[in-house]
Design a protein around this ligand. Structure first.
Ligand code: SF4
Length: 357
């Protein structure tokens, strides 16, 4: 570590907390190889060096009706071309049965913000998934939760309690994109603010609904935006815990109305490493093989990531080719030089001892 960021990296690798200003220096540094090496060193100290974990889930986008109108989302195009839908309970059941037959261990349910759906739609779906199918349900982004609570005229904790009683097990950190006010105005001015996003996630954590957090970059965000985003996530984690993992994603082309910037491979790897070094209170950094592809995914496992963000059997929001079977995930991890370890959504490893190769 010979560059000017060397002292920052040495402290971060040793486990010392680095400041937002220091994280900003890393995000601005062209010395990405030193940052990536440090991210990997830190990961080796925190997790079994030989193991990379994975899980399997199916995404069910229960509706594409949404009045939030995020600039990057394809749902509006689908509705305008007469492809709007809301899944019935039977359709959700059919997708769940298909996924369970393929070996998934949780269902990730997420939609647009459809103001016409009553609370009973959500509770019926959750009761069916957690009761009849006994499957873990991770569901609903903060904007869905906040808007549903407002529509039903109830405090957010009351809504969360009802959903949890019905079977909701955890929450995704979806809809964060970039949490700064500047970027929210550009990407999704009708969505909840970064402050509200953190508040909703905090309430979920307090309710015993853990989850993940993420960043979606590759538009017009600056290093300041990324640094502020990471700081908001770390501060929220200090307050309420509950983020089991952090996942950097990049925007994927979904609609012609939104321009996606090309994210260079080293830029992605640098962010994986900075996430590992700065987010000292979030144990797992996941690489999205779904979004980034296998080559970059493999490199990210040597830059700070310790998990491959799993197999997705269906994803309507993000169109890409990822690892679509359990066998493909195992093969990918082995070829990357690690031992695969299947985990649950809560990062428990005992449930699938036979899956460790
Ligand atoms: S990203 Fe989510 S909240 Fe935004 S328009 Fe699409 S479905 Fe709605």
């Amino acid at each position: 570590m010979t560059s000017s960021i060397g002292p920052i990296l040495e402290r971060a690798v040793s486990g010392a907390r680095i400041s937002p200003r220091e994280a900003y220096a890393l995000l601005r540094s062209p010395d990405w190889t030193s940052i990536v090496a440090a991210g990997h060193q830190r990961r080796l100290r925190l997790h079994d060096p030989s193991v990379v974990s994975y899980t399997a889930y199916r995404v069910i986008n229960y509706t594409n009706f949404c009045d939030v109108d995020c600039s990057f989302c394809s749902f509006k195009d689908e509705i305008e071309s007469d492809r709007g839908y809301t899944l019935t309970l039977d359709e959700i059941a059919a997708k769940t049965e298909e996924a369970l037959a393929l070996g998934v261990d949780h269902i990730f349910i997420q939609g647009g913000v459809n103001p016409k759906l009553p609370l009973s739609y959500y509770t019926d779906a959750l009761r069916m998934l957690s009761g009849k199918y006994r499957v873990h349900v991770r569901g609903f982004s903060p904007v869905e939760l906040l808007r549903l609570a407002r529509k039903e005229g109830m405090p957010l904790p009351e809504l969360l309690s009802i959903l949890k009683d019905a079977g909701l097990g955890s929450v995704p950190g979806a809809g964060a994109e970039v949490l700064t006010d500047r970027m929210r105005q550009i990407l999704s001015p009708k969505k909840l603010s970064g402050e509200d996003w953190c508040h909703v996630m905090g309430e979920c954590h307090k309710m015993g609904l853990p989850g993940s957090s993420n960043i979606v970059f590759g538009s017009v965000e600056t290093e300041e935006d990324v640094c502020e985003h990471l700081t908001l996530i770390r501060d929220q984690q200090d307050r309420t815990g509950g983020f089991l993992a952090f996942i950097p994603w990049t925007f994927q082309p979904q609609t012609k109305k939104f321009t996606v910037r090309h994210v260079r491979g080293w830029e992605y790897l640098r962010l994986i490493a900075v996430s590992r070094l700065f987010l000292d209170n979030i144990p797992n950094i996941e690489v999205s093989v779904l979004g980034m592809g296998k080559d970059l995914g493999e490199l990210a496992l040597n830059a700070g990531a310790n998990d491959i963000n799993s197999i997705v059997i269906e994803e309507n929001v993000l169109r890409s080719s990822g690892l679509k079977t359990l066998g493909a995930a195992v093969k990918f991890i082995k070829e990357a030089g690690f031992t695969p370890a299947r985990r649950t959504l809560g990062y428990e490893f005992g449930k699938y001892p036979e899956a460790a190769a």
